[in-house]
Design a protein around this ligand. Structure first.
Ligand SMILES: Cc1cc2nc3c(=O)[nH]c(=O)nc-3n(C[C@H](O)[C@H](O)[C@H](O)COP(=O)(O)OP(=O)(O)OC[C@H]3O[C@@H](n4cnc5c(N)ncnc54)[C@H](O)[C@@H]3O)c2cc1C
Length: 574
């Protein structure tokens, strides 16, 4: 079945919905989402969205930009960060005008709370910059945007999974999707396609990410000749629930929560005397690991405590309602009276599909755009987060750049002719799924995925070494050989999740391979990428973005420069 829309948005999270909102008044727009949109991971975002409103103390977008650049360990493209921090302010007001129920100050302004790495006067002291709706900010963002999309008559294809991208003579002209209910293939012919498929934390065993974040949108780009940018930078959030990875939001520390080791010591005093528990995430995660390594984990184990017990009960219950629920449900711990056992958890992909500041996907070191092809949100790399993202900056990123790419695509669609569809548009996708269904190789999806996640957690997490990364490369080759023999038992058409998981595993293997290669080649430590064998940042050799291409010979690595405008690289102290 062939459908025709001016614009196809792949993904119904915050980035996709904001793009659709911009497109839909002007051009015929459809959102394709493998999940019902309200189930997108944006709905799990808790702590808030950063914008220099200055509602509770002086603040300026320049300070926000400085924090973003320094937080990203100077690998941030500063032209993009400037746009993001400026437009964050109007974006938050727009959400307010659309009806988002932000928490309020006593005078009725949008309330703001402190968050990691956000400061006033270029690093002097913490600032209140995170706008929030209790600890349900992402949920409220999704609700608000979805309502507006319905009002604009956006067409939604819910529970359709995109399994291939279509190009004709270098111009993007649509996608192929499977309808999960019927198992049928659908071809979507479009003048512009916008990828907003989110992150891929499921590469790792302990992660805050939903089961659905398997990265196929990013892997599809790689396999269609688009390089992936800065994939070695994967963020570990300091406070995941011990052993489970479920996130305890940074807002818990923003509201005054303290990290303590087995001696009850507030160990962040030793590492980051100014920002303490609100230092950037890459640092806090490293320091937790160091405490554990030096034998100061709780009961000698690999976790520490997040302590909220000194905070007023009412504040904890109201501003951190979801957090209380999570701790009570999953741990049987009441945060009002007991400390929460936490350990770092794989959380956020700084890298992804390279784009310019209008969301256009670029295909090389010279930033040449691919006509008709856009990406925004966590799947994209603009790059505003550089080597490490600050808390609250993803919601800003997805909305600011979702909106900008929607706008740019509208202009493009008005000018562009209809690109033809290639011959047999769904042939390649059909062939891949037929191969999965007919395989008799005997390998199980679950077993390969488990091994991949465990090994990635062990070798490509907070601390990395050359030897570990080489071992991971070998492991991925072995897992790939086994993946070729993967066999599924369910041969049915309707909601065949086993078949789809088998296919998604291929994307996880692709992205793990790219991440490992880029991490191996970056022989320095910067932001979320820490090499024990190269513990220093090395601006002389590595102040550059990495790009990994899939070629006929295998993966190839190259680089492109970082855009530096206002802030020259400095030492990173907090
Ligand atoms: C627990 C948690 C808490 C967080 N808290 C915060 C916070 O407080 N502040 C902050 O700034 N950031 C936070 N983040 C990060 C932030 O929420 C995410 O980076 C952001 O929401 C990603 O938005 P997105 O629109 O790019 O993708 P998502 O919201 O993940 O949406 C992805 C969409 O793509 C669709 N999709 C994917 N693949 C396909 C396919 N093949 N075919 C069709 N559809 C597909 C899915 O159906 C989904 O609709 C948090 C993240 C987590 C995990």
């Amino acid at each position: 079945m062939v459908h025709r829309f001016d614009a196809i948005v792949v993904g119904g999270g915050g980035a996709g919905l904001y793009a659709a909102l911009e497109l839909s008044p002007h051009v015929n727009t459809a959102v394709i989402s493998k999940l019902y949109p309200m189930r997108s991971h944006t709905g799990a975002a808790l702590g808030g969205i950063g914008a220099a409103l200055g509602n509770l103390g002086e603040d300026h977008w320049e300070w926000h930009m400085f924090d973003t650049v320094k937080g990203g360990d100077y690998l941030v493209d500063q032209n993009a960060a400037e746009i993001m921090c400026q437009e964050a302010v109007e974006t938050v007001y727009q959400l307010e005008h659309m009806g988002l129920p932000f928490d309020r100050t006593p005078e009725g302004k949008i309330a703001q709370r402190p968050f990691g790495g956000h400061t006033r006067h270029y690093g002097k002291e913490p600032v209140r910059r995170s706008c929030y709706a209790a600890d349900r900010t992402g949920h409220m963002i999704l609700q608000t945007l979805y309502q507006q999309c319905i009002r604009n008559s956006v067409t939604f294809y819910d529970e359709y999974q995109v399994v291939d991208l279509l190009f004709s003579e270098g111009v993007c002209c649509g996608v192929v999707a499977i309808c999960l209910e019927t198992g049928e293939f659908h071809i979507f012919h479009a003048k512009a396609v916008l990828m907003a498929t989110g992150g891929f934390g499921k590469m790792f065993k302990i992660t805050s990410n939903a089961f659905t974040l398997t990265g196929e949108g990013v892997a599809l780009c790689l396999n269609h000749g688009i390089p992936l940018e800065d994939m070695e930078f994967y963020q570990f959030h300091p406070t995941g629930i011990y052993k489970m990875g479920i996130l305890i939001t940074e807002a818990a520390r923003g509201e005054g929560g303290i990290l303590r080791n087995k001696d009850g010591e507030r160990f962040m005093e030793r590492y980051a005397p100014t920002l303490l528990d609100l230092a950037p995430r890459d640092m806090v995660s490293r320091f937790i690991h160091m405490e554990v390594r030096e034998g100061r984990g709780i009961d000698g184990k690999d976790y520490v405590h997040l302590d909220l017990t000194h905070l007023p009960k009412d504040a904890v219950e109201s501003k951190l309602a979801e957090t209380c629920d999570l701790a009570r449900t999953y741990l049987g711990v009441d945060p009002v009276t007991q400390p929460i056992p936490i350990q770092p958890t794989a959380h956020y992909a700084m890298g992804g599909i390279p784009t310019d500041v209008d969301g256009r996907v670029v295909r090389d070191e010279a930033n040449t755009p691919v006509p008709g092809f856009y990406a925004a949100g966590e799947c994209a790399c603009v790059s505003v987060h550089g080597a490490n993202r600050l808390g609250t900056n993803s919601l800003v990123d997805i909305l600011v750049f979702g909106r900008r790419s929607g706008r740019h695509a509208t202009g493009y669609i008005r000018e562009a002719d209809w690109p033809p569809l290639p011959e047999g548009p769904d042939a390649s996708a059909r062939q891949q799924f037929e191969a999965i269904l007919s395989s008799t190789g005997g390998e199980s999806v679950g077993a390969i995925r488990k091994e991949l996640q465990e090994e990635m957690m062990d070798k490509v997490s907070v601390f990395r070494t050359g030897a570990g990364l080489e071992a991971m490369s070998r492991k991925i080759r072995e897992l790939r050989d086994r993946y070729r023999k993967v066999q599924v038992r369910d041969k049915s058409k309707s909601y065949n999740t086993e078949m789809l998981e088998a296919w998604e595993l291929g994307s996880l293997l692709d992205l793990a391979e790219v991440t490992t290669l880029a991490a191996l080649e970056r022989r320095e430590s910067r932001g979320g990428h820490f090499r024990e064998d190269f513990p220093e940042r090395d601006d002389a050799n590595f102040l550059k973005h990495s790009l990994v291409y899939r070629t006929e010979k295998g993966l190839e690595l190259s680089h492109k420069p970082v855009t530096i405008t206002r802030f020259q690289p400095q030492e990173r102290k907090y």
